[in-house]
Design a protein around this ligand. Structure first.
Ligand code: AMP
Length: 323
């Protein structure tokens, strides 16, 4: 069970940090993948664009290898129950725990003097509901979701302690490398869809030329060694990305590419990235305008998710004494 916000295109961080594990895990267990459009509303959205982006993200998930015959792909807002369960769980969540969430602090700080809605604070409770409503055991996510999955675990334990065994306590699953892909332009911040500078983020729909350009102009330090050292966050990030793509340890890559100059090393990373993303991008462009097909996938996913969600929410409502 895991999700992705359909707020902008899917980027390399989403792919290496999350989606690639989802593709592997769907072979091992019944899997639910959802487009987190309710989460997207925690910051202002253009309604028409959100609609399109949601379908676009379904196309991209399939292009990445999520197989709708094996997994359930659905849209969060189309399944009744997530918000109900979030309310019940929210009544058991200390405000302080939400205020301490790193992502809340970051996102609210980034909004500066702009309006900050309660939804931004409440986001992790909704995420706990997204997970617990399906009785999920495993939640494959990137490192930025660590604290949020921890809250889902806390709430499962708290609810089970008060009302008897109801929710399995979910485990987070992080990929062995690339759990946090950093921005190419600011390698101390994570690669993000909402980064105002698009040159730090590689979108899976970027053309080969754009990918090459972004990687070749990635920020690096003034040295010349290809080593994953703390004072070389830019090179570290490129090594991590290459490691995620080619499946070799960073230490092995240091040995292989240690003799290269930065420019040549960036070319190696760029070509590996183009090779990995190219086929996904082609498939995405074939699928993205097949609106009826994408809607039918979302509908099948919704039916499967809804029956599970209804069952859990009924159980929870009865346990807390709702008539
Ligand atoms: P989002 O839709 O951006 O909230 O994230 C969807 C999934 O991608 C979540 O599992 C995130 O943890 C993961 N993710 C997002 N950004 C990154 C990143 N820069 N590196 C690794 N994983 C990421």
């Amino acid at each position: 069970m895991t999700g992705l916000q359909p707020t902008a295109g899917i980027h390399l961080g989403n792919y290496l940090g999350a989606i690639r594990s989802w593709v592997a895990l769907q072979e091992k267990a019944e899997s639910f993948f959802f487009l987190a459009d309710l989460h997207a509303l925690t910051v202002p959205q253009n309604p028409e664009q959100l609609n399109h982006k949601t379908l676009d993200c379904i196309a991209m998930l399939i292009a990445c290898g999520i197989d709708p015959k094996k997994s359930h792909i659905f849209v969060q807002s189309q399944v009744a129950g997530h918000a109900d369960l979030a309310w019940i769980l929210g009544c058991m969540t200390p405000i302080g725990q939400l205020e301490r969430m790193t992502q809340f602090k970051d996102k609210s700080a980034r909004r500066g003097d702009d309006f900050i809605g309660v939804g931004l604070l409440y986001y992790p409770v909704l995420m706990a509901a997204d997970i617990l409503i399906y009785g999920a055991n495993l939640v494959p996510v990137g490192d930025d979701q660590r604290q949020h999955v921890e809250l889902a675990r806390d709430l499962a334990v708290r609810f089970n302690g008060i009302h008897g065994n109801t929710f399995p306590v979910p485990e987070a699953f992080f990929p062995p490398n690339c759990a946090r892909v950093m921005s190419l332009q600011n390698p101390t911040a994570k690669m993000s869809k909402s980064d105002p500078s698009q040159s730090g983020t590689i979108f899976l729909s970027d053309s080969e030329d754009v990918i090459r350009k972004k990687i070749c102009s990635a920020m690096t330090d003034s040295g010349s060694e290809i080593r994953a050292l703390d004072n070389k966050p830019g090179i570290c990030n490129l090594l991590q990305i290459l490691s995620g793509i080619v499946g070799k340890d960073v230490s092995e890559l240091e040995k292989i590419h240690g003799g290269l100059q930065y420019g040549k090393f960036k070319e190696v990373v760029a070509e590996a990235t183009v090779d990995a993303i190219g086929p996904i991008c082609k498939k995405y462009f074939l699928l993205k305008d097949q609106k009826d097909f994408l809607l039918s996938i979302a509908n099948e996913g919704r039916l499967a998710a809804q029956s599970r969600a209804t069952e859990m929410v009924s159980k929870v409502k009865a346990k807390v004494g709702l008539l």
